[in-house]
Design a protein around this ligand. Structure first.
Ligand code: ZN
Length: 140
């Protein structure tokens, strides 16, 4: 599975707030002081998972083995549910924040977890906010 870069996502985002495709609103929250990601008031993803991350810049490893310690934020990028997480790479010991790890998808209004046994490629742009340095251009 490969993720499409940001241009298409930006176009979609400009039209539709945070509604996931199909006019259904999906409520995404961080609960219990960052211990859980909740989708529509159901706890779906918990800390203490071990994720293999393709996260350039997080640490010196090609693939970081990240133990998730805290969820900081959650958003939706197109149909992909992404989270900012804090954790530690158990290979090199780096502790830091990872920006926007894909943790699931919204399909027909339902949350579908991605296979977190595989390598997760972090997404370069934040789902809820305009990318830094890019002015909002809403015309017409
Ligand atoms: Zn590392």
């Amino acid at each position: 599975m490969s993720w499409t870069p940001s241009r298409f996502v930006d176009a979609v985002r400009a039209e539709g707030d945070r509604h996931v495709a199909g006019n259904m609103t999906t409520r995404l929250r961080v609960l219990d002081d960052g211990a859980w990601l909740s989708v529509d008031d159901t706890r779906r993803v918990s800390v203490s998972e071990l994720w293999r991350l393709d996260a350039p810049g997080f640490c010196e490893c090609d693939i970081a083995d990240l133990v998730v310690e805290n969820f900081l934020n959650v958003g939706v990028d197109g149909r992909t549910v992404t989270a900012r997480v804090y954790g530690q790479c158990i290979v090199c010991g780096t502790k830091s924040t990872v920006e926007w790890v894909p943790v699931g998808r919204i399909l027909n209004g339902e949350f579908a977890a991605v296979d977190r046994d595989g390598v997760l490629s972090v997404r370069p742009n934040a789902p809820d906010e305009p990318a830094a340095g890019e002015p909002e251009t809403t015309s017409g």
